[in-house]
Write a protein that binds this ligand. Structure first.
Ligand code: GDP
Length: 196
C-alpha cells in the first residue's frame, strides 16, 4: 500500500452516505486533540489532508480517504471534548452506533490513538471495546511521544497496556506525529493486516 497516494473521497454524517464497496476500511479513532489529524497527515506524508486544530467537537462526520486506490482510511469524529453539547454528543453516539453496527462488516482494522502521557480515558476504553466487539484487529497508537522524557516511556506504555487490557495480539506503537517517530512501524502494522 502506498500511503503517499491518498485522496479525500467524501464525508458522511449518517448511514445513508457510508461507503460500502468492499474495499477494506481502516478506522481511526481518538479523543479530540489527541493528534488524530496529525497522525493521519504524517502517515500519508501530507500537511493538510486532514485539517489540524479543527475546532474540537465540530467534526460530527466521518471522513473517507482512499489509500492507493485499494483501501479506505476512515477518520472517525473525535470524542471526549467537554464543551460539546448534549445534542452533539448524542449525534456522535448515533453515528458511531450506525457505523459499528452496519450489517456489512465495514471495518477491517481499528486504529485507536491515545495520548502517551495519560492514562486512557473512559471514552478511550469504550472505543477500544467497540473495536474489540467487531472482532477486527486493532492497533493502538500512543501519540505525542516527543513530550515524554526517555525515562518515562516504559511506564507510560505499561499504563496504556494495563488500562486497555491489551493482549499479545494488540499492537501498541509509540508515535510522534510531530517528529515522525513510529511512522514506519504503523505503516508496517497496517500493511500486515491488509495482506493477511
Ligand atoms: P485531533 O483533534 O485529534 O485531530 O488533533 P490535531 O491533529 O488537530 O492536533 C491537536 C494538537 O496537538 C495540535 O496543536 C497539534 O500540533 C498537536 N500535536 C499532534 N500530534 C502531536 C505530537 O506528536 N507531538 C506534539 N508535541 N504535538 C502534537
Amino acid at each position: 500500500l502506498n500511503f503517499n497516494k491518498a485522496e479525500f473521497i467524501r464525508s458522511a454524517s449518517g448511514r445513508d452516505s457510508f461507503l460500502r464497496d468492499q474495499q477494506p476500511q481502516f478506522a481511526f479513532a481518538g479523543r479530540s486533540n489527541v493528534g488524530k489529524s496529525s497522525v493521519i497527515n504524517r502517515l500519508v506524508g501530507r500537511k493538510n489532508l486532514c485539517y489540524v486544530g479543527n475546532t474540537p467537537g465540530k467534526t460530527n462526520q466521518i471522513n473517507y480517504f482512499q489509500i492507493d486506490g485499494k483501501a479506505y482510511l476512515v477518520d472517525l469524529p473525535g470524542y471526549g471534548y467537554a464543551k460539546v453539547s448534549k445534542t452533539e454528543r448524542e449525534r456522535w453516539g448515533k453515528l458511531m452506533d450506525n457505523y459499528f453496527q452496519d450489517d456489512q462488516g465495514l471495518i477491517s482494522l481499528g486504529v485507536l490513538i491515545v495520548d502517551i502521557r495519560h492514562k486512557p480515558t473512559a471514552d478511550d476504553i469504550t472505543m477500544h471495546n467497540w473495536f474489540r466487539e467487531t472482532g477486527c484487529p486493532e492497533i493502538i497508537v500512543a501519540n505525542k511521544l516527543d513530550k515524554l522524557k526517555k525515562s518515562q516511556i516504559e511506564l507510560a506504555l505499561e499504563l496504556i497496556t494495563n488500562t486497555l487490557e491489551l493482549t499479545d495480539e494488540d499492537r501498541l506503537i509509540p508515535f510522534s506525529a510531530e517528529k515522525g517517530i513510529g511512522k514506519e512501524d504503523l505503516i508496517k502494522a497496517i500493511t500486515y493486516v491488509h495482506e493477511n
